[in-house]
Design a binder for this molecule. Sequence first.
Ligand SMILES: O=C(O)COP(=O)(O)O
Ligand SMILES: [Mg+2]
Length: 233
Amino acid sequence: MSTAAASEVIALSGIAAAIIDLDGTMLDTAPDFQVAVNRMRDEMDLAPLEQKTIVDFVGKGSENLIRRVLAVDFPAQQVEQHFDAALNSYQRHYEVVNGTHASLYPGVVEGLQAMRDKGLRLACVTNKPLVFALALLEKAGLRDYFELVYGGDSFPRKKPDPMPLLAVCADFELEPAQVVAIGDSSNDAQAARAAGCRVFNVPYGYNHGESIQDVDSDGIVASLLVAAHHIST
Ligand SMILES: O=C(O)COP(=O)(O)O
Ligand SMILES: [Mg+2]
């Protein structure tokens, strides 16, 4: 399997669809995560956390985020004792905060439009719960670009498992090799590789506090617009 060197982006041909990640790829949602997590922590009499700390826990869904956020203060057994109440509180706050402090990254709208103009079919696959993902896409004015949206709770397994990506391929009646996934984290790249899809990473999002340069992909693209320039049908 080919792997791009850090500076190299492989031009992809024979592509019919793109699967775009949400948090850290289309929208900088770190401030939303910070506000909702810290409102939950305040309810539990825990001190607020810095955005940098919280952002490194984002990408593997809400349950993982809340376990990691509780593990800052509690040993493993107590994390589980507090988990249900903490998740409940976090979700209540996130529903209110969702999209309020988030901002679109440069080139997102232009990139989605360029992909559509090339005749690509578009799906959004995120580890965010589906109801939050749909509300956020709507608020950001992006919902209509996507034929399909799947969240972290849409299937029994989420990224880095290939299950959601394979579901998109099946829904679109496409071979995985005809589909490119684009995302900010190793989750997106691992899911794509496991599914047999092509994959680009963007360098500006959240990658669990690790370097995106070390992730196996077909290249790192500066924006979704640059990604569109490297994709052809
Ligand atoms: O909610 C998360 O864990 C992040 O989700 P995403 O990067 O897959 O959009
Ligand atoms: Mg992401």
